[in-house]
Design a protein. Sequence first.
Length: 395
Amino acid sequence: MSFHIKNNVHWVGKIDWELRKFHGDEYSTHKGSSYNSYLIEEEKVALIDTVWTPFANEYVENLKQHIDLEKIDYVIACHAENDHSGALPELMRHIPDVPIYCTKNGIKSLQGLYHQDWNFQVVKTGDKLSLGSKDLIFVEAPMLHWPDSMFVYLTGDEILFSNDGFGQHYASEHMFNDLVDQNELMAECIKYYANILTPFSPMVTKKINEVLGFNLPLDMICTSHGIIWRDNPAQIVEHYLKWADSYQENQVTLLYDTMWDSTRIMAEQIAAGIREADSTVTVKLYNLAKTDKNDVITEVFKSKAILVGSPTVNNGILVAVAGLIEEIKGLKFKNKKAAAFGSYGWSGEAAKIISERLVDSGFEVVDEGLRLTWAPDEESKKRCKEYGHAFVRKL
Ligand code: FEO
């Protein structure tokens, strides 16, 4: 299977409708994904990226339907992660001498993964590779999101091959952004940014401004996952600039786990208090033990503040809460406020532990949090609502 993209450019990747977990079990892919590989057949023929390892044989067989592999002059490896390089060993078994163009770090990563001495050619920002009447121009993009990552621009067709950048885990048979459900598409884009790119936001801003500074005309952005941006491709660039700039919406999210419902009742009463105090704010609640963590992280990304709750168990906090805080620590969220809450029977350390970990994770903790004993009675529920009122005043 292949899709015509523009002139002599074809998509020759793999749409993975079955994928439900990515990066091992780290990232939920409710709508599948795709591993996009592109074949450019000018006077010289270049293949950009491959697909994930389980599809290596299928990929090479499919590629053979489209082109005699001996006609491939250059392989471009924009990023060594397995989902794009996984078919390289099978491909290179057929064309062992064809040069692989990648960054210096790309060689390290590819050799580390596959232990092969392929014909690597190092490229850096500004280097050009002639395909005849058109050129490929390389742009290194270190830490977006691996040290080896790079973009490639095709002159003449004005296509930016952005690898992971601007992608989404979103399977579609329609390939182009104007042909898919826009709400689904943007939901997957923001989830992808929140969960994968947030820690690299300063580099996102810098790299986008650097590429914009080249003043290259842009007709399409061909990503390595999901759809291709052909209708107003600048729109996703604008979203990235916004998301990279300490993004927040007028939203407060309550995240908790509960054993016998007391902490859940606290969450609901605090939420009611927030709504009473500010009817314009979007308030959302998630039980962390029951909710997909990547969806929760997306909601944290959208929030201006979060409240995190756990009962006290063995002088500590519940594992679903501890796990989520560990995740968000690594994501380095900026410009977000937070506080803790929780019910307890006797020792009651949870709120303090959560507060400390939130500070450690870069959140501005606005107060000592709310601790209540046993099951909330009417007086305790009133305290929760009042706490919600007070929390809004601190945002
Ligand atoms: Fe899609 Fe970083 O691999």
